[in-house]
Design a protein around this ligand. Structure first.
Ligand code: CTP
Ligand code: MG
Length: 379
């Protein structure tokens, strides 16, 4: 099998889209553009090319995803691609796919189509789309017609025989071309055209975010909800773990793992939404591996199962039921921690608390309980 690597160029500033962070870090349905894009290439070796000012944003957006160590971008897209290609020399791929981070809607079918064309012998395989609108250009103050029959729009991923596109880049360093097909053309490579996809939008201006979100939303048309509940008994100790945060307390919570009832309820909610059983099936309390385990691992596992289905957790709400410890002072930290584990915007995570007015086991402070609900979108 041919070895396929991906250069994912994400070093642009996104000037036309504006905003506080470059467009590739803006969330769509709670997940950064770049992460949607990278997940579309799951299973392939990914070489990210990242702006030097964006290392922290990159780390946050890509947490938990396996890629090669990112390399720094250059002043133009062409330079950035070149940096990625040079870094891939160590990997020695047969083929390389070069893709814009700003195209999060690329489909597995398009990726497969480009790779298939390369496997069939092409030096280069490029997705092109016809132009539907009538075109005009301005000439001497007049709008004149342009024949559109022979015009096509070029998309990415553009695929190449690695050694050939690397050589083409090295031979034309002084240019600033906006795609790699142009370099393939200059180098005289044999280029095969594959049909592009209307939905493979390149986010360019601010209005494209709403469009991309609508397209993703339509793709993840199956909305599911799951419910979780958990309770743990208090035991001697001086802190409890709740929603991934260590909270000082007069007691600890008893359990096989760290007894984080909040994360356990949430893990069960996510498992419930995808019909994947419950936390006890995935992490049996009889298994020594999970003794004292931090519960973020359980939540991360459940979120991973959703991702494996091509889906996303888009919202969750946790209610902690206890008289004490007081949750208020820790609530924002809990939201942020859950958001971090689920790779979701904090705005899509809710943590609430209630007492039971002194009634029942939580009222008597024998233990505490947690409820959670999670919304999952699946293709
Ligand atoms: N890109 C890059 N390095 C650059 C310029 C662009 O890696 N010096 C990447 C962008 O991050 C993007 C892709 O190339 O994923 C396509 O470029 P474009 O859509 O033009 O993105 P930006 O350059 O970021 O946007 P703008 O031109 O509006 O500033
Ligand atoms: Mg640009």
């Amino acid at each position: 099998m041919a070895k396929v690597a991906v250069v994912l160029v994400a070093a642009g500033r996104g000037e036309r889209a504006g905003g506080a962070v470059p467009k590739q870090y803006v969330p769509l349905l709670g997940k950064p553009v770049l992460r949607w894009t990278a997940e579309a290439f799951a299973g392939l070796v990914i070489q990210p090319v990242v702006g030097t000012r964006d290392e922290a944003a990159f780390g946050a957006a890509m947490a938990g995803l396996k890629t090669l160590t990112p390399v720094a971008g250059g002043p133009t897209r062409q330079h950035s691609v070149m940096h990625g290609l040079e870094a891939l020399i160590a990997v020695k791929p047969d083929f390389v796919l070069i893709h814009d981070a700003a195209r999060p809607l690329v489909s597995p079918a398009l990726v497969d189509g480009v790779v298939a064309a390369l496997e069939a012998g092409a030096d280069a395989a490029v997705p092109l789309l016809p132009v539907a609108d009538t075109l005009r250009k301005q000439e001497n103050g007049k709008w004149v017609g342009v024949t559109r029959d022979r015009l096509m729009r070029a998309q990415t991923p553009q695929g190449f025989r690695f050694a050939k596109i690397l050589a083409a880049h090295r031979d034309h360093k002084a240019l600033a071309l906006t795609d790699d097909m142009a370099l393939a053309e200059l180098a005289g490579l044999d280029i095969v055209v594959v049909p592009g996809e209307e939905t493979n939008l390149k986010i360019t201006t601010a209005k494209d975010f709403a469009m991309a979100e609508q397209l993703l939303s339509a793709r993840l048309g199956d909305t599911r909800t799951g419910l979780g509940y958990d309770a743990h008994r208090f035991a001697p100790g001086d802190h409890v773990w709740l929603c991934g945060i260590k909270v000082p307390h007069t007691h600890a919570l008893e359990g096989h793992s760290d007894a984080d009832a909040g994360l356990h309820a949430l893990t069960d909610a996510i498992l419930g939404a995808i019909g994947a059983g419950d936390i006890g099936q995935h992490f049996p309390p009889t298994d020594e591996r999970w003794r004292g385990a931090p519960s973020w691992k359980f939540l991360d596992h459940a979120a991973g199962l959703v991702r494996d289905k091509g889906g996303a957790v888009t919202h969750c709400d946790v209610t902690l039921i206890c008289e004490r410890p007081k949750i208020g002072p820790h609530r924002e930290a809990m939201r942020a921690r859950i958001a971090e584990i689920l790779k979701l915007e904090p705005e899509r995570v809710s943590v609430k608390a209630t007492t039971t007015e002194g009634m029942g086991f939580t009222g008597r402070q024998e233990g505490l309980a947690a409820q959670a609900i999670a919304t999952v979108r699946l293709p």
